[in-house]
Design a protein around this ligand. Structure first.
Ligand SMILES: Nc1ncnc2c1ncn2[C@@H]1O[C@H](COP(=O)(O)OP(=O)(O)OP(=O)(O)O)[C@@H](O)[C@H]1O
Length: 373
């Protein structure tokens, strides 16, 4: 008996089943195309996690299309302080997300499409997916010169990056996700992906900056909507599946049981900042001492996003050693993150020296150090 087609049927049958139910193959027609109705980066990344963890993709590849409100997305093994301007992001309300896949940092906004290709591990093939995108682009605009590179980027006119790739390979399933720049704010992208922090040393993966360009600059008809439809049509033709794009709500627990807790996990400080590979900061700054300038040196070791060692070197005549050591120890175990500095501020204020002059110096140093977090 053929089961009437509904997305919920598909999901229930594909979840945790080694073999699709009898008749089901005809129903799902060997694959699905989904599009998120949410523009929240954490919710959309949670859909990826959920599909990766729960679905049987044997013979049933899935294409997931999604877009986000302004967000910077770092790779699994990256250091956000090295990759982006966190202060600017906070000021402008740009979200920071750490994805589960490796690779470099990309900027998402509503002018950027994200495409996730889910397959079994054995069917995972990034070049095949990129060729499919190129084919879709050529269908809507045959004059476009787009090539896939060995690094799995897509280049326009041989030099401008329009797509970056990353992937996650699990025990049985895998996904390849990539971006596609249609009409992104390029100037904003550049300023956000420019770290102002000095003196960071780490083994984290570093991004490889490229010149980027929007497809819309080449042809004003190449909007995100047009490109999403074109890729979906190409995908359907390639896999010989129903080309209908199913809209999904990443908050729908009846479709994705447990998904909201996945989205919550992706937003935690422990995941976004705490997963940063250990790193050190060696920096210095000047403070005024009457008419002259004093150099203050700072060395900080950070592990799991928390300060393990903090050494502030100040000329003793300016701030007595015992006061400086007290300040160092206040920073130990605090989260290296400006969002968390309100808590740190209260600790620092509770422990600051009573003496008015010392208090002023203590305060200047605290503000300078918080500025590098
Ligand atoms: N949405 C985007 N689409 C394409 N390129 C982007 C986008 N956002 C930023 N970029 C460019 O890509 C650079 C990062 O590229 P990088 O190769 O390090 O990472 P990636 O493309 O995510 O993945 P991978 O490291 O796996 O290739 C950024 O510095 C910027 O020049």
């Amino acid at each position: 008996m053929l089961i009437p087609f509904s997305l919920k049927n598909c999901f229930q049958l594909l979840c945790n089943r080694k073999v699709p139910a009898a008749g089901f193959k005809d129903t799902v027609k060997n694959g699905l195309i989904l599009q998120s109705i949410s523009n929240d980066v954490y919710q959309n990344l949670a859909v990826e996690d959920w599909i990766h963890d729960h679905m049987n993709l044997e013979g049933n590849p899935i294409l997931f299309l999604w877009r986000n409100s302004p967000s910077v997305v770092i790779g699994r093994h990256q250091n956000p302080w090295q990759e982006c301007n966190l202060n600017l992001m906070r000021k402008e309300g740009v979200k920071l997300a750490r994805r589960r896949s490796g690779g470099g940092t990309v900027y998402h906004d509503m002018g950027n499409i994200n495409l996730t290709f889910f397959t079994t591990k054995s069917k995972y093939d990034r070049m095949e997916n990129l060729k499919l995108i190129v084919q879709a682009l050529n269908t809507v605009q045959p004059q476009l010169d787009v090539q896939a590179t060995k690094r799995f980027d897509l280049l326009l006119d041989g030099q401008f990056k329009i797509s970056g790739t990353a992937s996650k390979i699990g025990r049985t399933t895998a996904y390849h996700h990539c971006t596609l720049l249609c009409n992104t704010d390029g100037a904003f992208l550049s300023s956000l992906l420019n770290s102002p922090y000095q003196g960071i040393k780490s083994n984290a993966t570093t991004s490889i900056p490229s010149l980027v360009k929007n497809l819309l600059e080449k042809d004003s008809t190449l909007t995100c909507e047009v490109l999403m439809s074109a890729v979906a049509a190409e995908y359907a033709a390639y896999h010989r599946i129903d080309g209908h794009i199913h809209l999904v709500d990443p908050e729908d627990e009846t479709l994705f049981p447990g998904i909201n807790s996945k989205a919550k996990d992706l937003q935690t400080w422990e995941w976004v900042y705490g997963k940063t590979p250990k790193f050190t900061v060696n920096t210095s700054f000047n403070v005024l001492d009457g008419q002259s300038c004093l150099e203050i040196k700072v060395h900080i070791d950070i592990k799991n996003g928390r300060i393990q060692i903090c050494n502030i070197e100040v000329p003793e005549h300016w701030l007595p050693l015992e006061v400086c050591e007290k300040l160092n120890s206040c920073f130990i175990d605090s989260k290296f993150c400006p969002v968390e500095t309100t808590m740190l501020t209260s600790i620092l204020l509770r422990t600051c020296p009573q003496d008015h002059e010392l208090y002023k110096k203590w305060y200047i140093l605290c503000e300078k150090i918080k500025g590098i977090m």
